[in-house]
Design a protein around this ligand. Structure first.
Ligand code: CMP
Length: 139
């Protein structure tokens, strides 16, 4: 199991608002190397599966609807201590609580539409990365 990779999505709100370039710039400036990247769109079924862990939460339906409503950028990133460092870079789930200098502070508009996703563990980074990318797409 790798410990130096994480998985991210630039969510439909940020793509729609023209922030792909700004977010990728913050990611690479912070020292993350891009291993895989694509513009894609989740179907309702994909989004339900990806967020299955939240199925019992009251916001699940809203989350699935939001995540499948438009294109996203999916990417696998590499850096020492990737999962933790990336979560520091993106900031708190609720942008109102996100620290200055974080991606969500700059680009997120609400707790639901919060611009970016970052894996919460090495195990999920591996699962989420392979949900989107075949082995030959991981460089
Ligand atoms: P993320 O951390 O990518 O994965 C779970 C997502 O659920 C989270 O980002 C938010 O987009 C969403 N989420 C979490 N809490 C809430 C909430 N209270 N209301 C709506 N969406 C939420």
């Amino acid at each position: 199991m790798t410990t130096n990779r994480t998985f991210t999505m630039i969510k439909p709100d940020a793509v729609q608002n023209g922030h792909i370039g700004g977010i990728i710039n913050m990611i690479t400036e912070a020292g993350f190397k891009i291993i895989s990247m694509k513009l894609t769109q989740l179907t309702i079924t994909d989004a339900k599966k990806f967020y299955e862990v939240h199925a019992e939460r009251p916001f699940y339906g809203e989350l699935v609807e939001f995540m499948s409503r438009g294109p996203i950028v999916a990417a696998i990133l590499e850096k020492n201590n990737a999962v933790e460092d990336f979560r520091d870079l993106i900031g708190a789930t609720n942008p109102a609580d996100a620290a200055e200098g974080t991606i969500r502070k700059r680009y997120a508009t609400s707790i639901g539409e919060n611009a970016v996703h970052g894996s919460d563990s090495n195990e999920n980074a591996e699962l989420e990365g392979s949900f989107h990318f075949a082995g030959r797409e991981q460089f």
